[in-house]
Ligand binder design. Structure first.
Ligand code: BES
Ligand code: MN
Ligand code: ZN
Length: 508
């Protein structure tokens, strides 16, 4: 899909569909009157007869080959102008992408001016239309046998047109920037929608290597032998139930920017989570193919930061395993010695994410980072608490938490904080070892994070995102079909693009 911005012109070649936003109560339609007088009559008539009132997602389309901008003009209701927020525009843009499809429009022209409101500038609207058009038209059809005359699934082009020249300024580069971000999200969705029989640790490692070559990243893969040598027994123990070897994937970007800061991003990569010997119930277990979301968000983000040429040293770590029950699996009660030397009693093999993340978090010390951010589909409890509206955010640096939360608000990937008080650490102490991998059954998201905290190198600001509930959607959504969402890529892009040591409570 090609996205562009131009000046509204009466002589431009026709598109297939011309889309105009309309707030509730709008009556004068000045721009339409000027540019599309024939449609203006239709619209004015519809409004006067209350056949179109501008309610949210209300649609009026009219087809006449004599129209100037496109043979089909669509008026889309935006509701009350005072209530129209960035989130509303996202939804509208997503719905419009679907509507354009159903109208079989290949060339779509959008009158961007008509979607602006207080707090939504032309620049913001351009970003949202670009991102959402790409995200909403994404499909994962790879494993479907193609029917010959399948209609095209997405418009070929979206033209964002503006009336005033001044507003066009800078839009081009914003569109290019947003396209890069959206493409990284789609890449993450593609990898994450792959099922467990197709995507495993060696395959993801291959993807990472390919990416490293394309994007000029440094790539290290620790396979079975290397992990053994290093004593990364958290990763090894979880993978014992699988015949497929594990991997710790490390991608590194911009070492020479270390003077501006070094950030480690770490993602949980469980390519399938059966629960292990503490096996999961079979209902919805197929969704556990998304338990690799964190790792994939990290890999996709590493590709993106290279595309965006961010002036920052960024290291992505993705511990990747399969939590299975064959081979020679770990047992409940097993005691393992982790990479940082602490011992853990494995009370429940289904609490595996924290075991693999623990080793990766400890290993971050090698890169002397200013901060560590990890994301993981860590606890079902987080999904239960927040549903699919926000991820959980917890950590040791309040300023960094605030920065990430604000970034999430801006890009539409919300984070809501849970406390990380020392008292929550009591229940992960073990009788026979230093720690146990589950708490007392309460506050599961917090106790899981308390466990991770034990493995974060001392003194390094750290934030954890529990993305269970956000990594995949169980129903079609305005900006994403059922399946992987690519959650976290936009959030990371925003946080890393605006990185500053000022975002930390104690800047180095
Ligand atoms: N991958 C799951 C968490 C999960 C559950 C993510 C549902 C998305 C949707 C994780 O490995 C897990 O199984 N956690 C357990 C922890 C428990 C055994 C302490 C859980 O949440 O039940
Ligand atoms: Mn599990
Ligand atoms: Zn898991």
């Amino acid at each position: 899909m090609k996205i562009s911005s131009t000046l509204l012109s009466r002589s431009a070649p026709k598109a297939d569909l011309f889309v105009v936003g309309c707030f509730k109560g709008d009556k004068d339609f000045k721009t339409i009157k000027k540019t599309e007088p024939a449609f203006y009559k239709v619209a004015a008539e519809a409004v006067s007869k209350k056949r179109f009132e501008g309610k949210t997602n209300e649609v009026l389309t009219s087809f006449q080959t004599t129209y100037r901008q496109a043979p089909e003009v669509m008026l889309v209701g935006l509701g009350e102008k005072k209530d129209f927020k960035v989130a509303s525009l996202r939804k509208t843009a997503g719905v419009l992408a679907g509507l354009a499809n159903s109208r079989k429009a290949l060339k779509v022209r959008v009158l961007l001016d008509s979607f602006l409101a207080e707090g939504i500038s032309a620049a913001q609207a351009a970003v949202i239309f670009t991102e959402t058009s790409l995200l909403a038209t994404y499909r994962f059809n790879k494993y479907k046998t193609k029917k010959k005359d399948d209609p095209p699934k997405a418009p070929e082009s979206v033209e964002l047109v503006l009336e005033k020249k001044e507003e066009l300024q800078g839009l081009r580069s914003l569109i290019v920037h947003s396209e890069k971000i959206a493409k990284a999200v789609l890449f993450a969705r593609d990898l994450n929608n792959e099922p467990g029989n197709m995507m495993n640790a060696p395959k993801l490692a291959e993807e990472a290597k390919k990416l490293a070559k394309d994007k000029n990243l440094k790539c290290q893969i620790f396979g079975l032998e290397e992990l053994k040598k290093k004593g990364m027994n958290g990763i090894l123990a979880v993978n014992r139930g699988s015949v497929t070897p594990p991997a710790l994937i490390i991608l590194e970007y911009g070492e020479h920017y270390a003077k501006n800061g070094t950030v480690c991003i770490v993602g949980k990569g469980v390519t399938f989570d059966t629960g292990g010997i503490s096996i999961k119930p079979s209902k919805s277990m197929e969704e556990m193919k998304y338990d690799k979301s964190g790792a994939i968000t990290v890999v996709a983000t590493m590709a993106l930061v290279s595309d965006l040429k961010l002036p920052l040293h960024i290291v992505g770590l993705a511990p990747t395993v399969e939590n299975n029950v064959a081979n020679d699996p770990q047992r409940p009660g097993d005691i393992i010695k982790m990479y940082n030397g602490k011992t853990v009693e494995v009370m429940n093999t289904d609490a595996e994410g924290r075991l693999i993340l623990a080793d990766a978090l400890s290993y971050c010390e090698e890169f002397k980072p200013d901060a560590i951010i990890d994301l993981a589909t860590l606890t079902g409890m987080c999904h239960h608490t927040f549903g699919d509206k926000t991820c959980g955010i917890l950590g040791t640096d309040q300023k960094l938490i605030d920065t990430i939360r604000d970034a999430g608000e801006k890009v539409g990937e919300r984070c809501w904080q849970l406390p990380l008080w020392d008292e929550y650490g009591e229940c992960i102490k073990s009788h026979h070892s230093d720690l146990q991998n589950v708490g007392d059954g309460y506050a599961g998201t917090i106790t899981a994070t308390m466990f991770l905290k034990e493995f974060v190198p001392a003194g390094i600001p750290w934030v954890h995102l529990d993305i269970a509930g956000m990594a995949n959607c169980s129903q079609n959504r305005f900006d994403c079909p059922k399946g992987a969402t690519g959650f976290g890529v936009r959030l990371f892009a925003e946080v890393l693009s605006n990185w500053s040591s000022e975002n930390l409570s104690k800047p180095k």
